[in-house]
Design a binder for this molecule. Structure first.
Ligand code: ACO
Length: 321
């Protein structure tokens, strides 16, 4: 038993914040942001919009593309680090919106790797025969935890949501998923406040997303190189066997480094970072949906999805679309 993707969707909030807008907010320039990151604009959720609102838009599109209704869904898994509230989890909130009743619904918190983690979890449930159809989502409103006075981080992030519908199939589909984490890097990228720890550990910490960008960059490049190797080796494939790379959209330079590692021309890499910056768990399913809908990705092609994020967490998925 395998799982395969039968529908995709994405949702970006309407409000756009361009690099020119950011020039008025912090000491930065369009040129600096473009050359260091590739980002040109990002979308920001309206004041009354939540992660669940964004997720709902993406899931409705994915379910419609898959041709399924609420009664067909056996499991809802949401990768997010920016839930509407601690509980009910975003999966339960989505159930209420979509009229889905009784199936398991939960969130997976793995920062930017959240969607890959959620996909890995849902795939396992389908493979073992417990679930026939699963909705898998990556949705974030990182704009809510970004320090909009910190030029070194606020230029990077944006809001969005992407979703896929997975269904049981006799052939893959999802060929393999590879999930990893190493908490020793916890101080390089974090948001310090939670429920059981209400205030940041140290006086110099603020209640905002905090990142040592340069160090994150170096670990991200080397780790993503390793996960690509691991995925190819696990499936006895050569790097030239991959048709499309669908990377986490954090930084154009990180994306290019992974593409070089795969000896992959940039025309075979789905790049959306310029349009919406780093949307964390939402970035991979949004890029997938874009390239499916614009006809670049076709049935039967081999896709490599990868992501890296706070934790650090990282992971990949090899998919025959
Ligand atoms: N505008 C202008 N100057 C800036 C800005 C800005 N927005 N931000 C930083 N600078 C300055 C710095 O102050 C520094 O100035 P100095 O040399 O006078 O001290 C200079 O630019 C260089 O700073 P670096 O941090 O060394 O710049 P770098 O080339 O590393 O680029 C960046 C910074 C873009 C953050 C890069 O390190 C990066 O992309 N890191 C990875 C971040 C990332 O992708 N995080 C998310 C991955 S995990 C996840 O998705 C949650």
């Amino acid at each position: 038993m395998y799982s395969r993707i039968i529908g995709t969707g994405r949702y970006l909030p309407e409000r756009v914040l361009t690099n020119a807008d950011l020039e008025k907010m912090v000491d930065t320039t369009d040129e600096w942001i473009r050359t260091r990151t590739g980002i040109e604009r990002r979308h920001i959720a309206a004041d009354d919009q939540t992660t669940c609102d964004l997720a709902e838009g993406a899931v409705r599109e994915a379910m419609s593309a898959a041709g399924i209704g609420p009664d067909d869904v056996d499991m809802l898994v949401v990768g997010t680090t920016t839930p509407d509230q601690i509980f009910p989890n975003v999966g339960c909130l989505l159930q209420k919106r979509l009229g889905i009743h009784g199936c398991a619904a939960f969130s997976v918190e793995a920062a930017c790797t959240g969607f890959i983690y959620a996909l890995g979890v849902a795939d396992k449930f389908i493979r073992c025969g417990d679930v026939k159809t699963a909705v898998v989502v990556g949705a974030e409103t990182l704009s809510r935890i970004v320090d909009w006075t910190d030029r070194s981080s606020c230029v990077l992030f944006g809001d969005g949501a992407g979703a896929v519908v997975l269904q049981a199939a006799d052939e893959p589909g999802i060929v393999s998923t590879h999930l990893h984490a190493d908490g020793k890097y916890k101080d390089l990228l974090f948001y310090p406040t939670g429920v059981s720890k209400k205030t940041p550990d140290r006086e110099d910490m603020q209640d905002v997303l905090t990142m040592r960008g340069n160090e994150v960059f170096k670990v991200a490049v080397s780790t993503l190189g390793r996960i690509v190797d691991e995925t190819l080796e696990a499936n006895d494939l050569d790097k030239h066997d991959i048709d499309w790379l669908i990377p986490h959209q954090a930084n154009m330079r990180i994306i290019k480094a992974t593409a070089r590692k795969l000896d992959m021309p940039m025309e075979r890499v789905i790049v959306t970072v310029q349009e919406h910056g780093n949307t964390s768990a939402a970035s991979v399913p949004m890029a997938l949906d874009l390239a499916v809908r614009d006809g670049r990705i076709k049935r039967g092609e081999r896709l490599l999805l990868e992501a890296f994020g706070g934790g650090f967490t990282w992971g990949s998925a090899l998919i025959t679309y």
